[in-house]
Design a binder for this molecule. Sequence first.
Ligand code: PLP
Length: 393
Amino acid sequence: MTTPVSFVDLRAQHEEVRPQIEAAFQDILNRSAFIGGSYVSTFEKDFAQFLGVSEVVGCGNGTDALWLSLAALEIGPGDAVITQPNTFIATVEAITRSGALPLFVEIDLQTALIDFASLKKFLVEQCRREDNGRLVHLASRTTVKAIMPVHLYGLPVDMEKFLSLANEFGLKIVEDACQAHGAMHKVKGELKRAGSLGAAAGFSFYPGKNLGAMGDAGAAATNDPELASKMRWLRDHGSSEKYVHAYSNGWNARLDSLQAAVLGIKLKKLDEWNDRRRAAAAHYQEELAGLPLALPIEPDYARHIYHLYIVRAESNEKREMLRKELSARGIGVGLHYPIPLHLQKAYETMGFKRGDFPISEESAETGLSLPMHQALTVEQIHTVADACREILG
Ligand SMILES: Cc1ncc(COP(=O)(O)O)c(C=O)c1O
């Protein structure tokens, strides 16, 4: 019988910071101030410093953070935002909630990130600059305003290239950094944090993320103080001051003190925890080498933080066999994500069909997430790799 290996281990993570969290909770209980306040503003300042941006706006979750970014950029009905089909639905929900139309561009199979060449081709062939300066998507007649690349699984897109393409076409970049806390990419040879270079970026602090709260939480990051103050108003019912409401699309999207306190404590451990994930990924690469599985790659420009460690099997049948057999042995596995968004019932009115994004579909059908977290041991990786070898051998 194989020793079970869990997919994530939040209990082990919390044991490392339990005394600090208990002390912060006591303090908050004594003060009984739960929404906003100094824990929120301190975390916002600390996370901004960590990312190397001037502004962080804490909010309710990552979906809110992406929506706040789009809403503050005044992207709405009649506009379109480009993203990829194989992401968590929240990426696209944020776009549709802003009132804009999501436009899908195919991914690169090896990285599962939006494919740069396809993006360029899409902009050149499917969009046209009109005399009034609008970049129009020809099929939908919407105005393309932004690209929302997803730094999926903890691997950032090559922002240097994306920024120059966005500049060329007059587009904003809103980064979906919900899986990329602390990931890096090179810009002019220098490593910068994912989420620090777009017009804005959204982070999720869902408990299982590399930086996770003890409930739902999120943050938007930007270097534009005006955009940040607009996001601060929008997250609090559009109010510039108490009971003075400046925006009709305001919402309740605030961050609470308990979550901010947890995040501030865990932020101090984030680089160390990411390093441990990177070491775990390096062990996986060694242990899984030679098996009929495509392993994750780390391109030269990037520093991957392995939010998820995803391998690809040779076919859907082999992936399913591996998934079932590993689960039967008590090894936690996941599918990220089993149905690409263009094939989801939620978006059937968009009129897509199977075969429209074949690489995204292949990625969904053959990818398998193996256990990955900050407390994963060499022995556990060995157990997972041994099981894969037995099942595939
Ligand atoms: C890629 C991506 N985008 C957006 C989100 C939304 O974040 P949240 O669940 O905090 O709203 C997530 C979180 O799971 C995500 O993985």
